[in-house]
Write a protein that binds this ligand. Structure first.
Ligand SMILES: Cc1ncc(COP(=O)(O)O)c(C=O)c1O
Length: 480
């Protein structure tokens, strides 16, 4: 009786009724949407007057999940009063620490549409449109960086996974695992730590790693690089990978890419360029020249969630040697047989460790379709000019600045004399407590310095003036 068709039909009816809670009808959707849309509007409208940083801890009890639903107004209050204002307010133009992200509105709409459609963008067969969008974004990136159309690429979750894919291709192309203890990877002391992490994950940590010293502008010192390569060869080692940075995270420097490409070619090195932070400055008339030679790299990474102001969760990798990428990423399974058409566009899953992936192309494609490239270019030019403005004005306040950066990250400190590191740390801490603007600190040759990273599309002159006011006021607290 229990499994009779009548009984099954009855049970299914009941279950279907219960499932309606997670499949709201049009009227209910409108109600839910308008509550959350109102929340996003209040957040966006308050950004200018809100602190960019609040170091107080979150009330963890608010976040506990229970089996039963919570009233929407209570959930919204948790997001609005605890989650959004605490920590770094990443959408704020006052965010000038680490590498500021963005969050442009049309990209958020792209994410909304991506989630609503839930298009499966890992293989072309599942959603040719979604995959075409990813290829359109990658083709645009190829044209920006002077890469050939034949290069393969992938939209990743960020720069770290993009580095992993590129360095995995280098590993396989150079057959490093067969000669790991004698293979050498060259990078500078300023190379981002995600490259080290990628090498470790890829089993390449046993390679010989050479951290090449930098010059006074924190760019890789090429005389030192050349000397080191010759020394390594003389010792019977195999120079294998050269990593350049197009925008160092601590110092905003661009390595001499063109000369590095020449050195890589002469010595048969895989030349990888990390342009995660700085890459999109290639769009500017001012900084374009610094990227000369990037088109000669074997692989590059660049982060649209940095220099294109998209919300966190989108990086990109481009690799010229497709076979090298397939070596570690192309693999299939019996149940995927329907998707293996001969002549279809390349599946994103063949270029990435991901199979199912977030439909992230839409969050990049939609803003480019909607706005074109000009406003992005203008915003990047603005960041470069704001960097010059800030450095000029902060020096007038008595601060010392590091070398002129190539891009929009630079550093400064106050010359307190005695206990300089400690007092600059105190100044940083006072500024964090203040929170009007958020900056972060770093160590340059054991010196404590404050970093200024200008990259948010919401950072304009008013926010830089706010930063200067904040620094001056907190400096006077220490000096009084
Ligand atoms: C130069 C550079 N490379 C790589 C990364 C890692 O990127 P992601 O944080 O997107 O994984 C960063 C992050 O700040 C970076 O600045």
């Amino acid at each position: 009786m229990e499994n009779s068709i009548e009984s099954i039909t009855e049970q299914l009816k009941k279950l279907e009724e219960q499932v309606k809670e997670i499949s709201p009808d049009a009227e209910k959707r409108k109600e839910i949407f308008s509550s959350y849309h109102a929340l996003t509007e209040r957040h966006l409208e308050s950004l200018e007057d809100q602190k960019a940083y609040d170091g107080s801890p979150s009330d963890l009890d608010l976040y506990t999940l229970k089996d039963t639903p919570e009233d929407t107004s209570k959930t919204i209050a948790t997001i609005e009063n605890d989650m959004l204002p605490k920590g770094i307010v990443a959408a704020s133009g006052g965010h000038m620490g680490y590498i500021p992200g963005g969050g442009i509105y049309t990209s958020a709409i792209g994410d909304y549409l991506a989630a609503i459609s839930n298009a499966y963008s890992g293989v072309n067969y599942a959603s040719p449109g979604a995959v075409a969008m990813e290829h359109a974004c990658l083709d645009w990136l190829k044209s920006v960086y002077g890469f050939p159309k034949s290069a393969v690429g992938n939209l990743t979750s960020g720069g770290s996974i993009a580095n992993l894919i590129a360095l995995g291709a280098a590993r396989d192309h150079k057959e490093i695992l067969d000669n790991i203890k004698h293979s050498v990877v060259y990078m500078s002391a300023q190379t981002h730590h995600s490259a080290h992490k990628a090498l470790r994950i890829l089993g390449l940590h046993q390679m010989v790693l050479r951290a090449i010293p930098t010059d006074e502008f924190h760019r890789m010192n090429l005389s030192e690089l050349k000397l080191q390569i010759e020394k390594d060869k003389a010792e019977g080692l195999t120079p294998s990978i050269l990593i350049g940075s197009a925008g160092t995270t601590d110092t905003g420097a661009v390595d001499p890419l063109d000369e590095m490409a020449g050195i890589a070619k002469r010595n048969k090195l895989w030349f990888h360029v990390d342009a995660a932070y700085g890459g999109f400055f290639i769009l500017t008339d001012t900084a374009k020249v610094k990227f000369k030679g990037i088109e000669k790299a074997d692989s590059i990474i660049t982060d649209p969630h940095k220099g294109m102001f998209l919300p966190y969760g989108i990086g990109a990798v481009l690799v010229k040697n497709a076979e090298a990428v397939f070596e570690s990423n192309r693999i299939t399974a019996n149940y995927m047989q329907d998707s293996l058409a001969e002549e279809s566009p390349l599946d994103p899953s063949d270029v990435s460790p991901e199979l199912t992936k977030h439909f992230r192309a839409l969050r990049m494609w939609l803003p480019l379709k909607t706005h074109g490239v000009a406003p992005f270019k203008a915003a990047l030019e603005e960041k470069l000019l704001l960097t010059t403005y800030f450095r000029t004005e902060v020096e007038k306040l008595g601060f010392k600045t590091g070398p002129t950066p190539d891009l929009s990250v630079s550093y400064f400190w106050y010359p307190f004399g005695e206990n300089e590191n400690e007092l600059n740390r105190k100044l940083m801490s006072l500024c964090h407590n203040d929170g009007r603007v958020f900056m972060s600190s770093t160590k340059i040759e054991n010196k404590f310095v404050i970093r200024m990273a200008i990259l948010s599309f919401r950072t304009h002159k008013a926010e830089i003036d706010k930063a200067l006011d904040m620094l001056l006021e907190n400096l006077s607290k220490i000096r009084s």
